[in-house]
Design a protein around this ligand. Structure first.
Ligand code: ACM
Length: 637
């Protein structure tokens, strides 16, 4: 233990030195601010600096959060009401100056002291995040043992404001459950990058995670499943009599605590209850909500659902849908949304609506009767009938409804907002119909996807590299930009078992999405961003937050040369790296041949091994790909 502490202190002093050096050259702010005017000097904050503010309660919370970060290890930062011109002071100023827009701020770090101005508390909060990023990485270290004598910041004037009001991250707490503390930790991480919305995917086939007092079986039964570890979709079904031991849920008290914690950090929580599909946990608790009588269980991630591809609908071996033909389904949803609306103050409730399996509906006599009674021509219209009724329920609780883009099928509910995930097209269509849109397309914003080559990343559906995520542009050509509320990155957790992996999947791609949602479009620049990301790696290390180093790994393309041989094309996501390789099964390093032109894999080679280097030292991970896999990729049998 002692050795760990000594090492941590050493590491932390080393980072202070290097971070102070860096700050002279570049501010490394993520997301990039609107305007930065850097001076040549520095501001020094003494260990006992005073933070001044007007005494307002919401601003007091921000000031306290800043003081807590500076005070770790016994510093004596003080907080006072009023203003001061004292050297080394920090002044929080709420102003009605017209040139500071909503959520915007001005941060002036002079050689003498620091002034942070905003028209609203939210702006002061975002300005505080910028201020913290101007401080050395040591400010991220939570277990500081000794006070820091003084903090040094670069002289700078920053004027800043967000591009979009909806800057979200979605966390799937159904497929794997994360505790209140773990969700708070995630909020702490996201606010550093000025995200202001946490979308909690609270229900799915693998677990119902929200206490509904009027429907106790939802959590007595629906929150628990048998425990399995491995690859989602291949996991084994519950055995007869096997106890459901994995799971958890949030009580009303838990949600109140989370909502307050988030609000103190200017984060709204968007609750999602995913219906009519993805509802196996609810059906396991209340099987009478299904159109299909049968035995139901909360799925541990077994293959009860099949995705045929080619744009066709899901079909299931179990009916995981809430039946639109039953009045009791809507009575159930009324109870659910009554409690959801009371618990979550945010103005929107997400009703899911995605990936509804239709194969049981096709066979259901009740659905046929519903179609006849209501004049519904097809199953799209059945889904639309369901969604419109859900919208009425949600609106009756004083909330707006948002759903995944499938809610467009069969006709959009009159007031609904659309979250576009199957590309941007659903969002474009919804905006053309005059509806609000949040963009979260798989192509740019699905952070459950692998971040690099499948040979080195934990396997999951598809790949989304950092560079691609950074190209996320939420406003497509030809739509009314005022209908695009913003965007979000989505972290589905079928393959995310732990918070360490949650962090690995989120960072650094979360930084790319944060910049797409906050910074002016014209400020965005991949080379500059990737350099800033590298600086932030040391901050994440200090904070004990895991990140993916995938941007250092080679991009591998295998091409068929002839019926037996493969040509390898290698490249890198960031500049300044060389790629070194071997075909002889040994581990390459900087002394191995460097890639310059496409490589023909030698006839009997079994593996290709690769590593990237910078300044003659390895920086990437050792990538090992069997030649047989590369042949498959190239289409050679
Ligand atoms: C989704 O990814 N099924 C919304």
């Amino acid at each position: 233990m002692k050795r760990i502490t000594c090492f941590a202190i050493f590491l932390f002093s080393a980072v202070i030195l290097s971070a102070q050096g860096e700050n002279k050259n570049s501010l490394n702010l993520i997301p990039a601010p609107v305007s930065v005017k850097q001076g040549a000097g520095q501001c020094t904050l003494p260990y006992n600096a005073v933070i001044w503010y007007n005494g307002q309660e919401d601003i007091g919370k921000i000031v306290n959060q800043l003081a807590d970060r500076l005070n770790t290890g016994g510093n004596l930062i003080r907080i006072k009401k009023g203003k001061s011109d004292m050297p080394g002071s920090i002044n929080f100023v709420l102003t009605n100056e017209p040139d500071i827009p909503a959520e915007g701020y001005q941060l002036i770090v002079s050689r003498k002291n620091i002034t942070l101005k905003a028209g609203q508390a939210a702006g002061l909060f975002y300005g505080t995040q910028t201020l913290l990023q101007l401080l050395p990485a040591a400010v991220e270290f939570p277990e500081r043992q000794k006070p820091i004598k003084s903090w040094t910041l670069p002289e700078v004037t920053i004027a800043d404001q967000p591009r979009f009001g909806w800057r979200g991250l979605m966390l799937d707490v159904s497929r794997h459950f994360f505790t209140v503390q773990q969700v708070k930790d995630y909020i702490d991480q996201m606010v550093k990058y000025k995200f202001n919305l946490l979308h909690l995917h609270l229900t799915d086939d693998q677990g119902w995670r929200l206490q509904i007092k009027s429907l106790p079986k939802l959590t007595d039964v629906g929150a628990w499943r048998v425990e399995r570890t491995g690859t989602f979709g291949t996991l084994s079904k519950p055995l007869p009599g096997e106890k459901a031991t994995y799971g958890g849920f949030y009580t009303h008290e838990d949600i109140k605590e989370l909502v307050k914690y988030a609000a103190d950090r200017f984060v709204n929580i968007l609750p999602e209850i995913d219906v009519p599909g993805h509802s196996l946990a609810a059906i396991a608790a209340y099987p009478e909500l299904s159109c299909t009588p049968g035995e139901y269980y909360v799925s541990p991630g077994d293959r009860f659902m099949i995705w045929p591809g080619g744009g066709q609908h899901f079909y299931g071996t179990l009916d995981n849908t809430i039946c639109p033909a039953l009045e009791k389904s809507f009575e159930f949803l009324d109870k659910v949304f009554t409690e959801v609306a009371e618990l979550f103050p945010f103005g929107y409730i997400h009703m899911g609506g995605d990936e509804t399996a239709r194969n049981f509906w096709e066979k259901s006599e009740q659905i046929k009767a519903l179609m006849q009674e209501k004049g519904l021509k097809n199953l799209d219209e059945v889904q639309s009938y369901f969604v419109k009724r859900v919208e009425k329920i949600i609106n009756s609780k004083g909330k707006k409804m948002i759903g995944w883009d499938e809610i467009l099928e069969g006709g959009l509910a009159p007031n609904a907002a659309v979250m576009s995930w199957r590309g941007m097209k659903g969002g474009i269509e919804a905006a053309k119909q005059g509806h609000e849109v949040v963009m979260s397309p798989t192509d740019f914003a699905y952070i459950d996807y692998m971040q690099g080559d499948a040979s080195i990343e934990p396997p999951v559906y598809a790949t989304l590299r950092l560079k691609k995520a950074y190209q996320f542009e939420p406003v497509p050509e030809g739509v009314n930009p005022s209908l695009i509320k913003g965007g979000q990155a989505n972290l589905w957790t079928e393959q995310v078992y732990t918070t360490r992996h949650l962090q690995y999947m989120t960072w650094p791609r979360g930084m790319a999405i944060a910049e797409a949602l906050w910074s002016p479009k014209e400020k965005r620049n991949w080379e500059g961003f990737s350099e800033r990301v590298e600086r932030h790696f040391s901050r994440l290390e200090m904070a004990g937050v895991k990140y993916a180093p995938s941007m250092y790994d080679p991009i591998v393309v295998a091409e068929k040369k002839d019926s037996v041989s493969v040509l390898l094309r290698l490249s890198t996501e960031i500049d300044g790296l060389s790629i070194h390789y071997s075909f002889d099964n040994s581990f390459p390093d900087q002394y191995y041949p460097a890639y310059t032109t496409p490589l023909l894999i030698p006839k009997d080679a079994v593996t290709v091994k690769m590593i990237t280097c910078r300044n003659n030292r390895p920086v990437g991970r050792m990538m090992v790909i069997p030649v047989a896999d590369l042949k498959k990729r190239a289409g050679i049998k």
